[in-house]
Design a protein around this ligand. Structure first.
Ligand code: GDP
Length: 472
């Protein structure tokens, strides 16, 4: 490839490499540095173009301010198991009736739009739970504008509730609490709010700034009020998009359907998607043959914050893959091929996540400002003591950020959060579970285990000073 770009013989490139002391074959991929040196030998300058970066840059292309319009918020529901996430999403899906339509949305779909009586819309991602949320984020997809955290009022703030809150906060997504199951005689919403207050999460009734709504998902009680609060939060966020550009967005789910081929539910985040558009999603591409809304009705176009199911891709992209529309088929195909190539390469040299050993080097390079830590311990006392001491290590140059802390084993969700937020995991007298360990190995997430508080603090301190001796 390099030889043909420079219009010289392949053997000339190979011998240029050899003279640099690099033995290569014809089909071997060259390091960027090598390409630069070889090209230099032949009198060429090299400009590297990174497809992913190009895509990002195009995504960020300036919009004309007058083209921007208000878009609907995109909402995810998270919380502890059995606290009522699915019930809430089901109620919203089934109860909501768009003007002129009868009945709610009957089939399950990964994302749907609901329209309130005043005509305003909200898009819901129906993949409840912070694991799905963070798995998408680990793929680089930032989709959610607002997170509803469901907490059962007959129970209390649970470990997964805390996780969900940490995951939303790490993504800088504003929270709204839905205190659920208030129909139950044993429900005590005030107790939940008090617990939240003790975690420095003050709801409005308690003089804080976080919105909260008591609801019964089962009976549909106060769900309207909850949705009003979502819209209020959305107003503050001033969510805007430009319907005049080519569509970009994220894949929510995809599958192979016997009769219809590959069916992908996607969320348009900017621009307008139209039937006939050429689209690349992950490493798949195709012409949009048909588009369906959440009710199975054919639609011709979908603007910002609209979930649609599309037919016509040549495969099933992964949830969290970004998509974008290209001017013509040839360009779409080229990008899809390049992405496939990139993905293959990336699985070989997986992205390097931060480790304590790395910190000193990154600080020296000057591009490291924040050390994210996820902290798990066997008892609350040691978790709090470690949190305090670690936070005190923050300096003007580098801030220590405890993204999530909790009592218990290191879980898959902890490792996913570390991957999405480039954090290290510290375990105090606790170890990762088998699947958490597997993910950590695959994603190259550093998990440090300690049983003496002083050792943990000392290691982080020395790492920040660039003095940590490598772990043997
Ligand atoms: P998820 O695990 O968070 O998705 O929770 P589910 O929505 O599956 O709910 C767990 C259980 O709680 C189910 O048996 C629901 O019927 C019940 N449930 C959910 N919301 C309510 C509610 O508002 N009131 C009552 N009484 N039960 C509820």
């Amino acid at each position: 490839e390099l030889a043909s770009l420079m219009d010289v013989a392949v053997t000339e490139v190979i011998s240029a490499c050899m003279s640099l002391g690099i033995m290569v074959t014809m089909n071997q991929r060259l390091e960027a540095d090598t390409i630069q040196l070889v090209a230099d030998d032949f009198g060429f300058d090299v400009v590297f173009s990174n497809v992913e970066e190009d895509l990002e840059i195009e995504d960020q292309a300036e919009d004309n301010p007058e083209d921007l319009v208000v878009r609907a918020p995109i909402v995810t529901v998270m919380g502890h198991v059995d606290h009522g996430k699915t019930s809430l999403l089901d109620y919203i899906r089934k109860a909501n009736v768009i003007a002129g339509e009868s009945g709610g949305i009957t089939q399950h779909i990964g994302a749907y739009n609901v329209q309130l009586e005043n005509g305003q819309k909200i898009a819901f991602l129906d993949t409840p739970g912070h694991e799905a949320f963070t798995a998408m984020r680990a793929r680089g997809a930032q989709v959610t504008d607002i997170a509803i955290i469901v907490i059962a009022a007959d129970d209390q703030v649970m470990p997964q509730t805390k996780e969900a809150i940490s995951h939303a906060q790490a993504a800088e997504v504003p929270l709204i609490f839905a205190i659920n199951k208030i129909d139950k005689p044993t429900a005590n919403p005030d107790k939940v709010k008090e617990q939240l207050a003790n975690m420095n999460l003050l709801v409005e009734e308690w003089g804080g700034s976080i919105q909260s709504q008591d609801i019964s998902a089962k009976q549909g009680l106060n769900v309207d009020e909850l949705l009003e609060k979502v819209l209020l939060e959305a107003e503050v966020l001033e969510l805007k998009a430009n319907p005049k550009r080519l569509a970009t967005g994220t894949v929510v789910e995809a599958a192979l359907d016997k009769g219809r081929g590959y069916v992908s539910t996607i969320l348009v985040q900017n621009g307008t998607l139209r039937v006939g558009d050429y689209l690349v999603a992950g490493s798949n591409h195709g012409k949009v043959r048909a588009m369906l809304d959440e009710r199975g009705n054919q639609v011709k176009e979908a603007g910002p914050s609209t979930p649609v199911t599309i037919l016509g891709l040549d495969g099933a992209p992964t949830a969290g893959d970004k998509f974008r529309v290209y001017e013509d088929e040839r360009e779409a195909k080229q990008v899809a091929t390049k992405r496939e190539q990139l993905q293959r390469e990336q699985t070989i040299r997986t992205q390097k996540h931060i480790t304590l050993d790395e910190i000193g080097r990154r600080i020296a390079l000057g591009d490291f400002k924040e050390l994210n830590i996820i902290l798990k311990g066997d008892v609350d006392g040691s978790v709090e003591a470690l949190t305090d001491s670690l936070q005190k290590l923050s300096t003007e140059e580098i801030h220590i950020n405890i993204l999530h802390k909790g009592v218990g084993q290191i879980t898959e969700s902890d490792v996913l959060l570390a991957s999405a937020s480039d954090a290290i995991v510290i375990g105090f007298n606790v170890r990762p579970g088998v699947s958490a360990k597997e993910i950590a190995d695959r994603e190259e997430i550093e998990i440090r285990n300690y049983s003496i508080i002083y050792d943990a603090i000392n290691d982080v301190k020395e790492a920040m000073e660039g003095m940590l001796s490598p772990e043997l």
